[in-house]
Design a protein around this ligand. Structure first.
Ligand code: AMP
Ligand code: ZN
Length: 112
């Protein structure tokens, strides 16, 4: 398993940020520029470049990551929310360490 990337902002945050939740190899942090009343990021503690790499995950890790996203939303008091992963620069990804956005706390239906 690759170690942290010294040039990766999120590898640094995994080590240093105050996590909202941390378990099972995953961490949830508050987004620094929230787009909704609740805006969390879920990331694997190990460095993974993009969602494309999920194709290579062991099935149990992919399942645990999804469960962590759902549990984080529930523990944040959300029942209705949006989960987004931006994939590659053309998909809006700006930080190249896999992360899931959890957005909620306002009606999310009006914009994609
Ligand atoms: P993306 O565009 O999908 O790669 O999302 C990157 C997200 O990381 C954006 O929503 C940023 O606001 C967020 N972000 C950037 N720097 C930090 C930071 N230091 N702490 C928390 N979130 C950050
Ligand atoms: Zn990283």
């Amino acid at each position: 398993m690759p170690g942290p990337r010294e040039d990766c902002l999120f590898c640094k945050l995994v080590r240093e940020a105050e996590a909202v939740r941390r378990a099972d190899g995953f961490v949830a942090i508050a987004d620094i520029n929230p787009q909704a009343p609740v805006h969390l990021l879920v990331l694997p503690e190990r460095h993974v470049d993009t969602f494309r790499d999920v194709a290579e995950f062991p099935p149990d890790e992919a399942q645990r990551m999804l469960a962590f996203v759902a549990e984080t939303a529930a523990e944040s008091g959300l029942t209705d929310y949006r989960v987004i992963v931006n994939v590659g620069p053309g998909g809006g990804q700006t930080v190249f360490h896999l992360h899931w956005h959890i957005l909620g706390g306002r009606p999310m239906g009006e914009t994609l």
